[in-house]
Design a protein around this ligand. Structure first.
Ligand code: F6R
Length: 245
C-alpha cells in the first residue's frame, strides 16, 4: 500500500522525510537503514545532521546499506557514491564507519561484488527502512526499465537517459561510468518500510506511474504498489499528475 504525503516544497519534503527516518532511529536505535544518493535526499540528510548536532538523534548503533555504486570507482573517488555519502551525511553524524556499507565499485569481479553485498544485506536481516529517490524513467536504485523485475544485487548498464541525468555531477558526460552495481528490486522490496522522496515537475510522470500505473518492469517503481508499507513524500510539482490524492 502506498501512502502519499503532500509537501509544500523541497524543504518541507526534506523535513517530513527526515522526521520519518528520525522516528525509525528513535524507535530502533540499531536499525538497518537503506540509503540513496542523488540530489533529492540531500535536504533530508541535512535536516538529520541538524537534529544530530542538536542532540536529538543518535546514529551510533545504526547500520546502513546504500542502494548502489558506480562500477570502477573506489570509495575514495570523489565521483563515487560512497564518497558522496561520506560528504553529505556520514562525516557529519556519529555513525560507526564499520556499520556503513556501499557496494564495492572497486571490485571489478561483478559477480563476486554483488554476491558479497547480497550476503551482507541478508545477514543484517534486510532493511528496516529503505529510502529511495525515483528516476524520471521510474527507476529505483539503478534498476532501469526492463522486461523483468530484477532480484538481488547485480551489475547494470546505465541507460542513456540516466547517463544524461547523472552527467550534471561530472565535468563531461563521457566521464559518467557506464555500469553500476545496484541492489535488486527484490532486495528493495524486502525492506519493512520504504520511503520515497520526490520533488520537481520532471518527476511527475514517474510518481504518477509508480503510484497509479500498471505494475510493470517498464516502470520499476510501480512494484512498490505491491509492498505493504510504502510512504511517498513528494512536493506539489512532483504530485501534479496525481490530482485526487
Ligand atoms: C541513487 C539512486 C537513484 C536516484 C534517482 C533519482 O542512489 O539509486 O535511483 O534515487 O536517480 O536521483 P535524483 O534524486 O538525483 O533525482
Amino acid at each position: 500500500m502506498i501512502k502519499i504525503i503532500r509537501a509544500r516544497d523541497y524543504d518541507d519534503m526534506s523535513r517530513k522525510a527526515a522526521n520519518i527516518i528520525s522516528a525509525q532511529v528513535i524507535l530502533k536505535p540499531d536499525c538497518v537503514l537503506g540509503l540513496a544518493t542523488g540530489t533529492t535526499p540531500i535536504g533530508t540528510y541535512e535536516q538529520l545532521i541538524d537534529w544530530y548536532k542538536k542532540g536529538d538523534i543518535d546514529f551510533s548503533e545504526v547500520r546502513s546499506y546504500n542502494l548502489d555504486e558506480y562500477r570502477g570507482l573506489s570509495h575514495d573517488d570523489p565521483q563515487s557514491y560512497h564518497f558522496f555519502m561520506n560528504d553529505k551525511f556520514f562525516d557529519h553524524i556519529n555513525i560507526n564507519p564499520a556499520n556503513v556499507h556501499v557496494p564495492d565499485g572497486a571490485n571489478d569481479d561483478a559477480d563476486a561484488a554483488c554476491a558479497e553485498y547480497d550476503k551482507m544485506v541478508e545477514e543484517a536481516g534486510f532493511c528496516d527502512l529503505q529510502l529511495l529517490g525515483i528516476g524520471r524513467n521510474g527507476h529505483i536504485g539503478f534498476n532501469e526499465p526492463d522486461d523483468v523485475f530484477s532480484k538481488g544485487t547485480h551489475c547494470v548498464d546505465l541507460t542513456q537517459s540516466t547517463i544524461e541525468a547523472n552527467s550534471r555531477l561530472f565535468e563531461h558526460e563521457e566521464d559518467v561510468p557506464r555500469q553500476a552495481y545496484t541492489m535488486g528490486v527484490q532486495t528493495i522490496m524486502n525492506a519493512r518500510m520504504i520511503l520515497v522522496v520526490a520533488n520537481g515537475e520532471n518527476k511527475a510522470q514517474a510518481v504518477h506511474d509508480m503510484c497509479f500505473g500498471p505494475v510493470t518492469p517498464s516502470c520499476p517503481a510501480s512494484i512498490l504498489q505491491l509492498h505493504p508499507n510504502v510512504v511517498v513524500v513528494a512536493d506539489e510539482e512532483a504530485l501534479s499528475l496525481c490530482k485526487d490524492c
